[in-house]
Design a protein around this ligand. Structure first.
Ligand code: ADP
Length: 547
């Protein structure tokens, strides 16, 4: 017997329809590439998304055709999130920080038909457009009078002129909720990038889950600033969850430095922000010397790479801001776990609570996870045993676009497919997962594993250290030994021996790095994460002490 409830597909268009009808006057504020602040409402957003949908129909774009963006976080990008997917096409957000050759490769692989870009990225478009034969329309996300006269990009249109020519009357089509809605390529640190192809169903389910109190806890009372880019994994799903909750949205545009972000938080009374640790490092670096405080910021989601405990502590104790540590990946839409306490933890001391809050957190309903050993058997949830982390759920990839890389899933005894995350983790008895490392970054010393994240976190707790990256170096006896590359905070001093002494008592003796290398900067990848492959290249002539 089937249930007798109405059958309505979960479509992205329903999110924007809901926001328009129930939160029509909630504000969306954007710092634009033009430098000014733009304000409008969900009602305006919905109308312009419909104009865009009419424009795409008029281009004769077919169902599931790909429309690409190279854009910052802003209202026009948000319109594309809804206009492109809502009309049945696939939004392909391209990461502008990738190398131009990689961008051309991705655009060709996705067979993008239209590419819309912020003018910041005109040089990038000039470099790649001739190599992208599938793109039949190039659009600059600007007013007609801002369009450069001599762009060198054939037929370049202004977005405003383009969509301005179409009506805001449009009925969103109804189709199978499993239809593709958007796509994002992994940064591809090894081999060619592979694309996660999200569906309307996966995206709307993820949007529901992300808004839950123990997840991102978004509400109509929040003013939300996603620093996390809309060009990578849908800004952690915030654009969709924002439409679902009707929160005020504040987009930082291209001004991603600590000062600009801080000023926007204050000016727009932001209560909630989201970003990777390196962004917050910059912001706290701007605020501390100037003695600045937040007047409205209450919570921040930090993820994408391990959030150093020292940062969680600084946010809480110095600024009164609660850090929600999150873990996920492109293949997971991206949210997998978030770290919030359970009822029984409320009686614990602050220090004991802090120990829990440093972990990557508990699984969200919709994500199942387990750790397995080399034999594929599940390992105990004791908070100590580590193994390969596997996940499954309705917003986790089953395979990559165009079958790239074959079947990524591993089967369990019940024949169910699990996605191997490439992360190594522990899970404790309460279900709190802690990432020990990426499997390729783990340091294997004398048959034991050393977590590079642990080594980095200790260094980052030293007042003179701004950033730390731990890598393994080949060793004739131990296979590998850890060393830590560090960037000093301006105006501070610490010697190699002082930093190594700082490790004493904080970790097992054999895990203390063999050496400290002082560097001006740690190489960062296209999503603001430390790029250890590059760091290892830079250190290729390095020799461990005594070798
Ligand atoms: P890419 O690095 O290709 O951009 P993702 O953005 O999908 O890929 O990154 C996913 C990976 O980032 C995870 O598998 C994990 O290694 C790392 N990661 C994400 N969040 C955290 C976190 N809170 N702590 C530690 N590692 C994290």
């Amino acid at each position: 017997m089937l249930g007798l409830m109405q059958s309505q597909p979960l479509l992205i268009s329903s999110l924007i329809e809901f926001a328009e009808r129930h939160h029509g006057d909630a504000e969306i504020v954007s710092r634009r590439v033009e430098g000014d602040i733009h304000r409008y409402t969900y009602r305006d957003l919905a109308a312009r998304a419909r104009r865009l949908a009419n424009a795409l129909d008029d281009l004769q774009l077919q169902f599931s055709d790909r429309v690409a963006t190279l854009a910052w976080n802003g209202y026009r990008h948000m319109e594309m999130y809804f206009g492109v997917s809502g009309s049945g096409r696939v939004l392909h957000t391209v990461n502008p920080r990738l190398h131009p050759d990689q961008i051309a490769w991705i655009v060709n692989h996705a067979e993008d038909q239209v590419l819309c870009f912020d003018l910041t990225f005109l040089p990038l478009v000039q470099a790649v457009h001739a190599k992208c034969p599938t793109v039949k329309k190039w659009v600059a996300l600007c007013d007609a009078d801002k369009l450069p006269a001599d762009s060198g990009v054939p037929g370049l249109s202004s977005y405003e002129e383009w969509i301005g020519a179409y009506s805001a009357d449009y009925s969103w089509p109804e189709f199978d909720e499993n239809s593709a809605s958007s796509m994002c390529y992994t940064s591809g640190t090894t081999g060619n990038p592979k694309a996660a192809l999200y569906s309307h169903r996966s995206t709307t389910l993820h949007a529901y889950a992300a808004a839950l109190p123990d997840v991102m806890c978004l509400s109509a009372r929040d003013s939300v600033l996603p620093v996390v880019p809309m060009f990578h994994v849908n800004a952690w799903g915030i654009p969709y969850s924002a439409a679902l909750t009707g929160c005020k949205l504040v987009f930082p545009g291209p001004a991603m430095d600590g000062k600009s972000i801080y000023e926007l938080i204050e000016a727009e009374k932001v209560s909630y922000a989201a970003g990777v640790p390196t962004v917050w490092q910059m912001m706290l670096g701007h605020m501390k010397p100037a003695g600045l405080k937040f007047s409205t910021l209450r919570r921040t989601v930090i993820g994408g790479s391990a959030c150093p405990p020292a940062m969680i502590h600084a946010f809480k104790e110095d600024y009164g801001v609660e850090v929600l540590h999150a873990w996920g990946m492109t293949e997971m839409s991206p949210l997998g776990t978030l770290c919030t306490l359970k009822n029984k933890h409320l009686a614990l001391s602050k220090d004991e609570q802090m120990k829990i809050l440093q972990k990557q957190g508990r699984a969200i309903y919709g994500v199942d996870m387990k750790i397995v050993g080399g034999d594929g058997n599940e390992l105990p949830w004791d908070g100590k045993t580590y193994g390969d982390l596997l996940v499954k759920g309705p917003w986790i990839v089953g395979s990559y676009f165009k079958g790239e890389g074959g079947n990524p899933l591993v089967k369990d005894a019940q024949d169910r497919g699990w996605f191997p995350t490439g992360d190594v983790a522990t899970i404790d008895a309460d279900g709190f997962m802690q990432i020990t490392d990426r499997s390729k970054d783990v340091i294997k010393s004398g048959g034991e594993w050393i977590s590079s994240i642990d080594i980095e976190n200790i260094a980052m707790a030293h007042p003179a250290i701004a950033m730390a990256a731990c890598v393994g170096m080949p060793h004739p006896k131990w296979d590998e030994r850890p060393i830590v590359a560090v960037v000093k905070r301006p105006g501070t001093e610490v010697t190699r021996d002082e930093l190594l002494a700082f490790y004493e008592g904080k970790t097992a003796k054999w895990q203390i790095p063999d050496d400290v290398v002082f560097v001006d900067a740690i190489p960062l990848g296209a999503t603001g994460k430390m790029l250890k492959t590059k760091l290892r290249e830079q250190l290729k002539d390095y020799k461990l002490p005594g070798q």
